[in-house]
Design a protein around this ligand. Structure first.
Ligand SMILES: [Zn+2]
Length: 54
């Protein structure tokens, strides 16, 4: 399991974010919830059970 791509975050990455203005990144659930609020960001769960994070 990769780590969250955000600085100073060591949580396991659970979601891949497709970010229109930057490269895609894999982040933890907490960071995904924050970042997906922004326009155009799409969150893709990394595993089959990922739907539960919503
Ligand atoms: Zn994180």
């Amino acid at each position: 399991m990769p780590e969250c791509a955000e600085d100073d975050c060591e949580a396991p990455a659970a979601v891949r974010l497709h970010v229109p203005w930057a490269e895609n990144r894999e982040v933890c659930v907490a960071h995904a919830r924050a970042l997906v609020q922004r326009d155009g960001v799409v969150a893709e769960p990394l595993d089959a059970d990922g739907d539960s994070w919503l």
